[in-house]
Design a protein around this ligand. Sequence first.
Ligand code: C5P
Length: 464
Amino acid sequence: MPQRVILGVSGGIAAYKAVEVCRRLVDAGLHVVPVLTPSATRFVTPLTFSAVASEPAQTELWNAPVPIPHTRLGQRADLIVIAPATADILARLACGLADDLLSATALATRAPVLVCPAMHTEMWEHPAVQENLATLRRRGVEVVDPDVGALAAGDVGAGRLADPQVIVERVLSLLERHRARPQSSGPSRAGSGASGAPHRDTGRDLRGRRVVVTAGGTREPIDPVRFLSNRSSGKQGHALARTAARRGAAVTLVTAAPFAPADEGIHVLAVETAEEMARATLPAAEQAEVIVMAAAVADYRPKRAAPSKLTRSERVPELELEPTPDILRALVERRRPGQVIVGFAAETGDALGKGMEKFARKGVDLLVVNDVMVAGAGFDHDTNQVALISAAGIEQLPLQTKDAVADAVWDRVVELLAAGDPVPPSAPTDEDPVHGAHPGAVRLGTEHARNAYLGQSIEPEDHR
Ligand code: C5P
């Protein structure tokens, strides 16, 4: 039987794009039920949705053919996606209001809820909207962040509805995950607002765990106005912090990213340089059971930063570089028994080969490798495609959101924590392939994978 998706449409100019989302979801084999708010019907008619959906669009809490349509819709849904989600519907979900069919349905369900906000930049950036979104995220609601681009009335800025294809991919990946991990049949948390259901059945499997996550690209000053840095946005690290908090961990986020996470309950230490990151991370790590070094720490920094701005009239400056502290190495050297350390490797070309070499060399329990040249992966994207390398083997994950990647990383971390003393990474096992560890993933024993993927010996790179 096809999975049932409620496509909620609220009243914004982007409502017309929801028709495309609807069509693509139906094309993907899903049973799609459109539910429009009264204001959505001012932008697009229910008839348009009825023509492309699996059953007629619904708009009425009252005067519907069935007496209590929202409970039927909510109970039978496998997922609710709201695209576009206006500031108004986000506020109503955050408050737990139920005075129209869509908000009532989102409350009367245990299915995962995905919201795709779209609105003018001023509204998107307003603290009221961001706080409502943080509330929803904390309750397990998933979010496809809006893009920057053309808005209504000729404006340009942040708040444009994400591309329909991105929304559809996120729906499919959420459904896949929920199919792999059926929902809890426990009592609904409906009183707490939208969905009331855990977005994943990982529950709070990191409850009581102290974790440290680093994020962003460090900035190494040249003079008071210039710096050396890299293209890291910090989005993957922030997604790791957010999902860990959602799964119950006490999270310290050491971030060099130029934005703060909206989520409450995350202890944020904002840093700029590799030196500052080391000074913040190493003491925090002493108390932590898990450390995830997702930051793109600069490998080199100017030996001396000029005390005042270098001017054009001076001769072309020569920058003498020196290595930054290797935080990961220091963490591995100080590792307490049972402490799980995760490293990241952003590579260009033969990412897996370089990743396997790095895994063997770095002494981490898990290495998250991504080829940043792959379309839609790596720096500044909201999606990422990674391979997870551990002593148990290699797991290739599909292109998915950074939140989904983060959840996959935490799944592996939970396994490593459960194993007590993680298998020493210096002793990779030569095991048979294991499939299906994560939706869409292929897991292979390290040796098997080495042969299957590389077919060659690994040349060590030039590392300091
Ligand atoms: O060798 P490479 O720089 O690719 O290693 C990447 C990993 O090492 C990442 O987890 C990054 O956070 C960490 N790193 C570090 N200190 C540095 C450079 C990288 O902890 N100075």
